[in-house]
Design a protein around this ligand. Sequence first.
Ligand SMILES: [Zn+2]
Length: 283
Amino acid sequence: MTTIHAVKTGTIRIRPSHRAGNMSLPLWRRRLAIFLDRQWTEPLPIYTYLIEHDEGLILLDSGESARSSKPGWFPWWSPFFQLALDIHVEPDDEIGPRLRSMGIDPGKDLRMLVLSHLHHDHADGLSYFHGVDILVSKQNYQASRGLKGALLGANPSKFPSWFEPRQAELTGPAASSFDHTLPLTSDGSVFAVPTPGHMPGHMSVVVRTPAVSYFLAGDATYDEQLLKERIVDGLSGDLRVSVDTLDRIAAFACSEPTVLLPAHDPLAEQRLEERITLTDPSA
Ligand SMILES: [Zn+2]
């Protein structure tokens, strides 16, 4: 039997214009709006998801670090990191202590760590996973390194020195609305799908169980309402790519009962517990 656990690694407040971009504006004005915005969202969860599968434990994303609120963690020169994020992570909220509290040794017990993308709040917890098989898309890894990566919201200067992930190319068989996938288990019930837009090479993970499928969306969408309304976040570089991703997720959920689990959706844990699918009239 496959079980999914939502493992929260603190909270983050972002600007409303970041959560939901004004899609009538060109890219530079959508991004400028984030820096001019003085409002905050409610504190949003920073979820990682642990998949307990017969073939082993697969973790999606490594969450944020408690050190992220200390000076010097993020690039000092970046207005995005300095002005547009408000992060709260206690030392015990980090992914290492969270997994240990579940009886799991992060460096030894995982079959695989999959990273939806390398933004700070998904990759700052990497230090716990030395020696683990780590998978990220080739495109996202390339986009996240160096100055270019920092400009896109990654924090590559804090990648551990040993960090050399397997760079995935999603060339496996189609699944529903996705032309290509990457199987992560030999039974094919857990697989990665390309969901670019929020960041180049962003990927999501699908877990199929006899009752429902779970769509672990990373930041492909911040929450279910935004997906339904086809609203793209204010950071996304290419609206066409982002909207195409949203449409493919929605089409997937029409083709099989699907529980949507984004990384920052305050309602994700409840949907996971109650198995509320995207097409439920009550959802
Ligand atoms: Zn992100």
